[in-house]
Ligand binder design. Structure first.
Ligand code: BGC
Length: 767
């Protein structure tokens, strides 16, 4: 190669030199700044007493420091002083049981920070809230579809926007820390929190998580950004029982293959805090698992932020899991395992006293305490809390704005997934006469799910009454004269026989179908989260199935709207429904988006981020082994109602020209894959181009297929686009029995829609 710089190249060269110089200066400044911050933090830690350090490691729930009076939260001054000034606690969390306005949150946090200013070290308190789908504990904030719906959009930009808006509105309420995103892998559809996550695929999960984190955090330290807490590290989501906070049985190579990647990607993207799985893995409460917390998270992944427990999880090690004979012993195990902050949330004095004596007794080394405190102070410094402990609503004029609400609407509109559309039943005319029926037809609660205004979301009909239920949105769209409403049945969460008590006005509902053109059957689940959401039966409740069957029997076209947190089994009513839409938990603008989809103002483009099962005893996800279906000579049983990645449109798409740049690659090479997609229908629409790979032979039975890349594209009728995917082959490596990532030589298949091609990797390599 000729390194001489010719005359013509000179400007380019000087430009390059200038860029390199600029980058080097920026890097140096950043490095100097980081060093300065680190020395400042180290100096602080050196000045702190043991009591002050332990206080930083304690997180307390706000309800233990005051109560709601009327529509305000009022601190008990003595309790606040005791916690912040005597015990020097480092963090407060939670809503006091009712949501507050942003201005009320300002007042709450200001009182806390004023109390902190009276302490020797003047360390600001870090307030944290669960922002599962926007700032759901702040009245007037913009709520987004729950994560499962966000993921169903397969649209990175929408998730990024949701992050930006959540951070902005949280800062308007003075809260700089969010316990989101949830990166648990949605592999077990019985689990009551599956709707809080991004679905069952590790790549989709990681991709969406990174977008959200970038939107919330970057650049950390500016006035409209927060620190995230990725949770719940890890494998919380796949308990053997299907119930919340119970044991998961899993070998380490599967943990690393499926559950770790999203967390690893999030740490790489800069996630500043991690919350731990509140349950157990292989009989070991995750909170005492030093291998996962210190070994993998802080060691292998080089995580420099801090790790917080989940709710009361030190106590759980003792009381629930019977691992120790006292809370004090549990505290020892948890802190020595690598936990930096304990979400206590009530009995913080016991935690502080126990930890202080554990250090004095030499059972927890001082170096562990110093490490924890350094990490906590580092995040406070990065958030700029020492300089600016408060932020105020007045500086956030876009809080709750139309612009933000439109972003929520857009997310809902792109999440709604069309699962069935016989003979193009949808869209329907705006002049059609419709019957709206079912327990989900006229409630804001079921549209939002849990973590909405309150923990279980049970008061959403009061707090979100200004937004439209499905009935209200459809009445706006079709006109009052064209809409009839009969609820039909109520929820019947029990299982077994049809429950007479759950009848509301079943017969009237059936009669009302007589003179309409379409029946809009709105069924699913009410709000829940965590343990209260456990179920013993995946079937949709019997009363709802009975209503659906009665409606189908009328002979009028039934359009089934599924509004649920997890995919409840509905196989009995699929054949009789002319069209089926899954709207997940689309939040406050979801019903408006649904109305626009029903009438064709919006062309649906959501795709399932989880497999929709057909049978309760067959909950296998799309990531499975050949023996579990698809090509097993003995006959497999992978026969879901709808596959992961599935979703229809009002237009049609055709794929062609799937091409890979070579047929043989070395393990360090990158493949380039091209595919052309064309809108072959007569309506503009968005399609998600999904690239899957299959490892054809491997030393651990390979998964039938795995998602590796995707791209959502908008196409006008007749328009086509060629999508280029670049795929470093090391991403196809799997975790072997020695817990090492390995790419084994051999043949691979690439699949995009109905097209396939193959290639070969010529050498085995460990990564
Ligand atoms: C949940 C967490 C949540 C925490 C604080 C726990 O019960 O498991 O997801 O962040 O409470 O509200």
């Amino acid at each position: 190669m000729n390194h001489r710089i010719s005359f013509r190249q000179k400007p380019v060269a000087s430009f390059l030199i200038a860029v390199i110089f600029l980058l080097a200066t920026m890097f140096n400044n950043l490095f100097a700044q980081t060093n300065k911050n680190e020395s400042k933090i180290n100096a602080m830690v050196r000045q702190m007493t043991l009591e002050e350090k332990v206080g930083q490691m304690a997180q307390v729930s706000v309800e233990s420091l005051g109560k709601i009076e009327g529509d305000h939260f009022v601190f008990d001054e003595a309790k606040l002083k005791d916690a912040v000034q005597n015990f020097k606690i480092g963090s407060i969390l939670n809503s006091p049981g009712e949501p507050l306005t942003a201005a009320q949150w300002n007042a709450v946090v200001e009182q806390i920070q004023n109390a902190a200013k009276q302490t020797k070290m003047k360390i600001p308190v870090l307030y944290g809230l669960d922002d599962n789908h926007g700032c759901n504990y702040v009245l007037g904030a913009t709520l987004f579809p729950q994560q499962i719906g966000q993921s169903a959009t397969w649209n990175r930009q929408l998730i990024f926007n949701a992050g930006v808006i959540t951070a902005y509105e949280s800062r308007a309420a003075s809260v700089p820390w969010t316990f989101s995103p949830v990166l648990d892998l949605g592999t077990n559809s019985q689990w009551p929190r599956i709707w809080e996550d991004y679905g069952e695929d590790p790549y989709l999960d990681a991709t969406m998580g990174i977008e959200f984190i970038k939107g919330v955090q970057d650049p950390l330290g500016s006035k409209d950004k927060l620190a995230v807490s990725i949770k719940h590290y890890m494998d919380y989501s796949d308990p053997k029982s299907g119930h919340d906070r119970t044991d998961s049985w899993i070998p380490e190579h599967y943990l690393r293959e499926y559950h770790l990647p999203a967390f690893a990607a999030a740490v790489k993207a800069g996630a500043r805090t991690v919350m731990v799985n509140s349950a157990l893995i292989n009989g070991i409460p995750t909170h005492i698992n030093k291998h996962l917390l210190t070994g993998i998270m802080k060691g292998e992944l080089h995580f420099t932020g801090f790790i917080v427990t989940d709710w009361q999880d030190i106590e759980n090690v003792y009381r629930r899991d019977h691992i120790t004979n006292s809370i004090k012993d549990a505290t020892k195990l948890v802190i020595n395992a690598g936990i930096d902050m304990s979400m206590i949330p009530y009995n913080y004095k016991e935690f502080c006293t126990d930890l202080i004596s554990l250090v004095k007794e030499g059972k927890v080394p001082m170096s562990r305490i110093d490490d924890a405190v350094t990490r906590i102070l580092r995040v406070k410094e990065e958030l700029n809390l020492f300089q600016t402990p408060m932020s105020y609503l007045k500086d956030y004029p876009k809080f709750g704005s139309e612009e933000f609400q439109k972003a929520s609407y857009n997310t809902a509109a792109e999440s709604i997934t069309l699962l069935k559309n016989d003979n193009n039943t949808l869209p329907i005319s705006k002049k059609a006469k419709i019957l709206v029926t079912g327990p989900n037809a006229n409630s804001m609660r079921c549209l939002n799910g849990g973590w909405s205004y309150t923990w279980q979301g049970e008061k959403t009909d009061v707090y979100a009454k200004q937004y439209n239920t499905i009935l209200e949105a459809l009445t706006n769209k079709f006109g009052k004269e064209n809409v009839k409403y009969q609820q039909g049945v109520a929820y019947n969460p029990g299982w077994g026989k049809f429950n007479e008590d759950s009848l509301v006005n079943f017969d009237e509902a059936v009669k009302a179908a007589a003179d309409v053109d379409y029946i809009l059957l709105c069924i699913g689940e009410d709000s829940y989260t965590e343990t209260p959401g456990n179920i013993n039966d995946m079937n949709l409740s019997t009363n709802q199935i009975a209503l659906a069957q009665a409606m189908i029997k009328t002979g009028k076209p039934v359009i089934t709207i599924l509004n649920e947190g997890r995919p409840r089994i509905i196989n009995e009513i699929v054949p009789g429904s002319k069209a089926i839409l899954d709207i997940y938990l689309p939040s406050n603008f979801g019903a408006d988006a649904l109305a626009d989809i029903l009438t064709g103002d919006i062309n649906p483009s959501g795709k399932l981020p989880i497999t929709y099962p057909r049978y309760p005893n067959s909950l296998v996800s799309y990531i499975h082994k050949p023996s579990e279906g698809g090509g097993n000579p003995q006959g497999g049983d992978f026969d879901p109602q709808w596959q992961f990645g599935f979703g229809l449109s009002y237009t049609t798409f055709a794929y062609s020209d799937l091409k890979i740049n070579k047929t043989t690659f070395g393990p360090d090479e990158t493949a380039t894959v091209n595919v052309t997609v064309k809108n072959t229908g007569n309506k503009e629409g968005k399609e998600v181009v999904q690239l899957y790979t299959s490892d054809l032979v491997a030393s651990i039975t390979p998964d039938v297929k795995r998602l590796r890349r995707f791209e959502k594209v908008n196409l006008k009728p007749g328009e086509s686009k060629t999508i280029t995917f670049t795929l470093p082959l090391k991403e196809l490596a799997f975790v072997n029995n020695d817990n090492k990532k390995i790419l084994e030589a051999g043949d691979f298949k690439i699949q995009v829609e109905n097209l396939t091609t193959t290639f070969n990797v010529n050498k085995t390599k460990l990564f």
